[in-house]
Design a protein around this ligand. Sequence first.
Ligand SMILES: NC(=O)c1ccc[n+]([C@@H]2O[C@H](COP(=O)([O-])OP(=O)(O)OC[C@H]3O[C@@H](n4cnc5c(N)ncnc54)[C@H](OP(=O)(O)O)[C@@H]3O)[C@@H](O)[C@H]2O)c1
Length: 213
Amino acid sequence: MHIAIFGANGRTGSLLTGRALAAGHTVSALVREPKKFPYAARCRVVEGSVFDPAAISATLRDTDAVFSALGAHSPFKKEDVLERAMPLITAAMEQYGPSRLIALGSAGALPNSLDKQASWRRWIVQKIVYNVFLKYPVASQIFQYAILSHSNLDWTMVMPPMLTGGPAKGHYRIDPDALPHNGSSISRSDVADFMMLQLTNSQWIKKGVYITW
Ligand SMILES: NC(=O)c1ccc[n+]([C@@H]2O[C@H](COP(=O)([O-])OP(=O)(O)OC[C@H]3O[C@@H](n4cnc5c(N)ncnc54)[C@H](OP(=O)(O)O)[C@@H]3O)[C@@H](O)[C@H]2O)c1
């Protein structure tokens, strides 16, 4: 396949890029600083911002599926990366294709995400973590879910809790309804592996799916 990757030079995006190339796919990567992109020589690199419709179109050209692993630099600032980027990406995909989009989201994106947690934990995570400390990324992910679920695309939003930089364990819990009980973290490596599997799996099309250790 030829895969477009937005956020290809980020922590999850670079794992996706490496895995896609290792699996024999070709990759179009939109990156702001190609000199800092370790896979530049092996990808079709589009230099630019995801806020630029022309750069998005150039990245999507002749691709079969799309990964997005976009995010803000700081969880404590209102950067509106997803608010600005996802309407442009989904509109371009609806117009020119491809239709398959596998996007990295977060467990805070939906109101029922904590339904399988103990009530004390639900209260702390919702009232303190989501509503206070992570209010900007959570708002961005709520927005992303709304955009994807109103699109005509074959989208999947992968929704982990806290991401870590460690290795893949190769086993994790997934659930379409809510974050599994006591789920609190998962490595970007396991998330990237799960996102790769979605290239050939239709089970979670037009759905959000929670993933956690
Ligand atoms: N951290 C957590 O614990 C956690 C938990 C759950 C979900 N998430 C979600 O996971 C997502 C990404 O996580 P991550 O740790 O892999 O992120 P990351 O390492 O910060 O990567 C984000 C990527 O987005 C790119 N980007 C941002 N604005 C851009 C723009 N205008 N044009 C082009 N590229 C742009 C960045 O490009 P540059 O390389 O040029 O900066 C970077 O490659 C976020 O949406 C976050 O909400 C995070």
